[in-house]
Design a protein around this ligand. Sequence first.
Ligand code: E4P
Length: 216
Amino acid sequence: MKFFIDTGNLAQIKEANDLGILDGVTTNPSLMAKEGIKGEEAIAQHYKTICELVDGDVSAEVLSTDFETMVEEGKKLAAIHPNIVVKVPVIKDGIKAIKWFTDNGIRTNCTLVFSAGQGILAAKAGASYISPFLGRLDDSGWDGLELIAQLRHIFDVQDYKTEILAASIRSPLHIIKAAELGADICTCPLDSIVGLLKHPLTDIGLAKFLEDAKKM
Ligand code: E4P
C-alpha cells in the first residue's frame, strides 16, 4: 500500500517525506485555506513547491462545479507539474470532466466518494484514483471500512484499473484496516502515520536496551 500525506502544510510534508515512506500528497480547499493560501497565483505556486518537495503524485482540487470551468481549471492545474493529479468531486459534471481529462491524458482523483455506486461511475469515467472518505462515513454512523471492502471487491471483479485511495483517515487503526482490506493507497494526516510507530513495549524495550548498553 502506498502512503500519501493529506495536508497542505509544507513542514508536515517535509517531515513525512524525510521518513522515506511518502509516495504522494493530497490536498483539498479546506487544507489549502488552513495554510492561508489565497489567489490563483499563490495556489499554483504552493502546488509547485509541494511537487518539488515530494517525488510522487500531488492531488490539486478544482474549485468549480460545472463541466466547462472544471476542464479549464484542471488544464491549468495539470500544467503546473507532471505529478499533479486533478481532484474532481463525484457529481454529474465531475464525472463528465473526469472522462474528458482521461481522454486528454490528464490524471484525476475523484473525491468525496461515499458509496460504491459513485466509485463505479468514477472508475467507468477513467479516474486514476477514487477517494472514499472513511472517517466522515464513520462520523455519520456508516461504516467507512465496509465501503473500502466493497470497492475492492467490485474493482477486482470488474478489473477496474482505478486505484482506491482511502481518505479521511482518523487513526493508525484506519490505516492498518485499509491495508488489510486492500486499499491501494492511504492518505493520512502526519499524526496517524507517526502513530503507527507507537507501542509501549517498544519504549520499555528500548529503555532497557539503552540501560544495559551502558554495561557493555
Ligand atoms: C482526501 O483527499 C481529503 O482531503 C481528506 O482525506 C478529507 O479528510 P477529512 O474528513 O479529515 O477532512
